[in-house]
Design a binder for this molecule. Structure first.
Ligand code: FAD
Length: 363
């Protein structure tokens, strides 16, 4: 196609990572095009924290990285140190978005509305005239043979881009548009995928001690602990526990389940472990493996995705395909609940775009 349009960077996916990436690209005067399959940007961001959007956690980068654990801290250290929570907070404040800090450092827009976060991005991208294609699901990404660019196929037309940033998210809540396309594109370009697991998810139990309280939230007096067969504490988190018709959910349950899931991923047995949960004056103890996680599609975050060993942490660029970058949940990264996952999306997006800007400057 002779008159095919070409951009410096095509950002695939207008979620948390894609919107942030487009904002950084505008700041760096990098010709970017943002492509989103849904009619509007940020569908999943609108759902975050029950529509309130816990957009980061106001803690030092070292502590943030330590909380991630499971070897991800090494991969994410540069991205987080260069875009720490403080910088994200200041960034939103500079967009005239008042913020609210909770005692534990969790940050929200002051009006408690996730829509305010999405609008802040929308206004910034409008003012900086970043072109956005909505209602447009990318079908395929091809590296052009013998050329320094990519062809991006949409249902309507093809586009050329010198660099591509895949920011298409994980695979939970597929109605928000995150259906695993980016992982498929990565695999088609030669990348290995780590199998999916639910990251932060509720646990099923028919225990009447829990189900009789269905609908009750224990925001300030919840706790979840994981102990080994000798009663040694392996994990302890004080935070919200919610009783549901299906069983248990809330921050403490999600983080305990994330701990168990990562043990399983490391090939460690969780058969002998117990999960002890407090909600108000109630205490329940289960064998960790007796509680079934809810389905992956209900998970807050997806464990698994594009294998980190094939991505350069200093640039977020593929080690296999020059000019191909990744940001956010499409990669095999996942944080605890509490603002970590949006922070990861923002920080990796920034890292990728800054790297593209640096590579352009070298040309
Ligand atoms: C219920 C819920 C509550 C949460 N609460 C919080 C919270 O309070 N704090 C926090 O830090 N994290 C929270 N998270 C996690 C957080 O929302 C995600 O980790 C984050 O949105 C990931 O950002 P992302 O940009 O990688 O993916 P997403 O935000 O999912 O964005 C991906 C985008 O790519 C688009 N896309 C996909 N395929 C294509 C394609 N082929 N072509 C074009 N576009 C495509 C999708 O439509 C989507 O808009 C929550 C998640 C859920 C589900």
């Amino acid at each position: 196609m002779q008159d095919m349009k070409s951009v410096e960077i095509a950002i695939i996916g207008g979620g948390a990572a894609g919107m942030f990436a487009a904002a950084v690209a505008a700041d760096r005067k990098l010709g970017a095009l943002l492509i989103e399959r849904k009619a509007r940007l940020g569908s999943k961001v609108l759902m975050t924290a029950n529509g309130r959007c816990n957009f980061t956690k106001d803690i030092a980068p070292d502590r943030f990285l330590a909380d991630l654990g499971y070897g991800q801290d090494a991969f994410l250290a540069q991205a987080i140190r260069e875009c720490p929570p403080r910088q994200i907070i200041k960034g939103f404040q500079s967009l005239n978005m008042p913020v609210r800090r909770m005692a534990d450092g969790r940050m929200f827009p002051a009006d408690g509305k996730a829509a305010t976060v999405v609008h802040a991005f929308g206004d910034l991208l409008r003012d900086s005239e970043v072109p956005i294609l909505t209602n447009c699901a990318v079908r395929a990404i091809r590296k052009n043979k013998g050329e320094d660019d990519f062809t991006i196929s949409t249902p309507h037309f093809d586009l050329k881009a010198r660099n591509v940033l895949i920011a298409t998210g994980g695979v939970s809540y597929p109605k928000t548009g995150s259906v695993g396309d980016g992982q498929r594109f990565a695999a088609e370009l030669g990348h290995r995928l780590v199998p999916y697991r639910p990251g932060l998810i509720g646990l099923e139990t028919a225990d009447p001690k829990v189900t009789r309280l269905a609908g009750r939230r224990f925001e300030d007096d919840g706790r979840a602990m994981v102990k080994d067969a000798s009663g040694r504490m392996l994990f302890d988190y004080k935070g919200e526990v919610d009783c549901e018709r299906f069983g248990l959910s809330g921050a403490a349950i999600y983080n305990a389940e994330r701990f168990l899931e990562h043990l399983r991923r490391e090939g460690k047995s969780t058969r002998e472990l117990s999960l002890e949960v407090w909600f108000g004056h109630n205490r329940v103890v289960y064998r960790a493996d007796d509680l079934r996680p809810r389905p992956l599609k209900e998970s807050i975050v997806t464990i698994g995705g594009v294998d980190l060993s094939e991505i350069n942490p200093a640039t977020m660029e593929s080690r296999l395909v020059k000019g191909l970058y990744f940001a956010g949940e499409v990669m095999d990264i996942d944080g605890p609940t509490g603002g970590y996952n949006l922070t990861l999306a923002f920080a990796t997006a920034r890292k990728a775009v800054v790297s593209v800007a640096a590579s352009r400057a070298r040309r």
